[in-house]
Unconditional design. Structure first.
Length: 381
């Protein structure tokens, strides 16, 4: 008899560990959105979420809080890897995902603001800038029905000086991009699932998933759990349980400065093809990226920092974002995203009665609500 079989009392087994109709692994935006949808579709369903971290410990509480559907350079990059129809589908999915997130949680609760977004082109990025400008009308036409307007991307070079940037040759503005407070988003989402009587257990790492005659058994760091159905929402970590899934981890390193008096920037900003991003938050600058400095080193499940990325972020702060402005960095952290060859998430049954919803390709704030909904519907179908 396994040691874990002695661990839980009768009461714990019948009220906590063995009574779930569906167990969700992972309490990120996808796992919690799936929980919410399960309860919406079947209010009587018993849903348990198992999370290995003290807090959600992947990307959902570590990201930049951009409520964005993509810069022109990102769309061009997707177009090179995929079809026009796929690019359009992805933008539409992210746009609808953001609307659903806002409907579910409420703009005030998550500090959502549609301050617009900018793509910056550096002095040494003439080719990238030209390519983006050449595609401006094309993408405005392609995305007009998804976004509900043809005035999406527009040249905004005149604003470069207003923001105080240096070394920037051009800028494209998109008024439909927004920003939110990631921590408040996840707290509100957690509150929503608690209100719906979902059990969320932290500090519980799922080590193996096995099928028995009467359900799916999860061996965890806290003992065994059992349910008729399981949803895997572990994103970057999916291959730890199902190595055949095409999900490669990608670490993102982020900093936040102390408040800066007279800070001019407002909105979300991307440059270098989206590999660097920054925004204002509470009078501070949040700045992250640099995964492209060493893709191999950043393809890791380990949180942490590298000197190479940290130094590059500080250099860009000094030379481009805040030239001549005194600032101090107050926070550093990292989060782990899940990437793959295909730009779409993986939502499917991986084994009988085990359904996965993983690989948001670094865009889970935008698409996570719908990804969670889809897998919940699949699990109930
Ligand atoms: C630095 C950074 C910046 C980003 N910026 C943005 C942005 O601005 N806009 C945007 O749209 N997206 C952004 N993203 C991406 C976005 O955060 C993710 O796509 C999204 O959070 C993924 O949600 P998820 O629920 O699929 O995964 P996660 O949030 O990673 O959740 C998976 C959970 O599963 C848990 N888990 C893993 N394995 C196990 C196990 N074996 N047992 C139990 N629990 C387990 C993990 O601890 C984790 O909490 C960013 C990501 C990072 C890292």
């Amino acid at each position: 008899m396994a040691a874990s079989e002695h661990t839980f009392s009768y009461w714990e087994r019948t009220a906590f560990t063995d009574n779930a109709d569906v167990i969700i692994i992972g309490s990120g935006i996808v796992g919690l959105s799936a929980a919410l949808q399960l309860k919406k579709q079947q209010p009587g369903l018993k849903v348990t979420v198992l999370e290995r971290g003290f807090l959600p410990s992947g990307a959902s509480t570590k990201n930049a809080g951009f409520a964005c559907f993509g810069t022109i350079s990102e769309q061009i990059e997707y177009l090179k890897r995929s079809s026009e129809a796929d690019v359009l589908r992805l933008v539409d999915y992210k746009w609808r995902g953001l609307r659903r997130l806002r409907e579910n949680l409420g703009d005030t609760n998550i500090d959502f603001h549609q301050n617009g977004g900018y793509e910056l082109f550096m002095d040494n990025e003439a080719d990238r800038a030209t390519e983006a400008l050449d595609h401006l009308t094309y993408f405005n036409n392609l995305l007009r029905h998804a976004i509900g307007s043809a005035d999406i991307y527009a040249v905004a070079d005149a604003k470069i000086a207003d923001f105080g940037f240096k070394g920037v040759r051009g800028m494209i503005y998109n008024p439909y991009e927004g920003q939110l407070h990631t921590g408040k988003m996840m707290r509100t989402l957690l509150n929503r699932v608690y209100e719906n009587d979902v059990l969320v257990l932290n500090g519980c790492s799922v080590n193996t998933i096995e099928h028995t005659g009467d359900g799916v058994v999860l061996a965890t760091s806290q003992g065994n759990f059992k349910a008729p159905k399981v949803i895997l929402a572990t994103n970057a970590f999916a291959a730890q349980l199902y190595p055949e899934l095409d999900v490669v981890p990608g670490r993102g390193q982020v900093l936040v400065t102390k408040p800066i008096s007279g800070l001019k920037l407002k909105g979300t900003y991307h440059f270098n093809g989206g590999y660097y991003y920054f925004r204002n938050i509470d009078g501070r600058v949040l700045f992250g990226g640099g995964r492209n400095i060493d893709f191999k080193e950043e393809a890791t499940w380990d949180f942490g920092h590298t000197e190479a990325v940290k130094n590059q972020l500080v250099k860009y702060l000094d030379e481009i974002l805040l030239p001549g402005q005194p600032y101090e960095i107050e926070y550093w952290w990292s989060g782990i995203m899940g990437f793959g060859e295909d730009i779409s998430p993986i939502i499917k049954e991986v084994q009988p009665n085990v359904f996965c919803a993983v690989r948001c390709n670094g865009m889970g704030v935008a698409m996570g609500s719908l990804v969670g909904e889809e897998v919940a519907s699949l699990a109930l179908s």
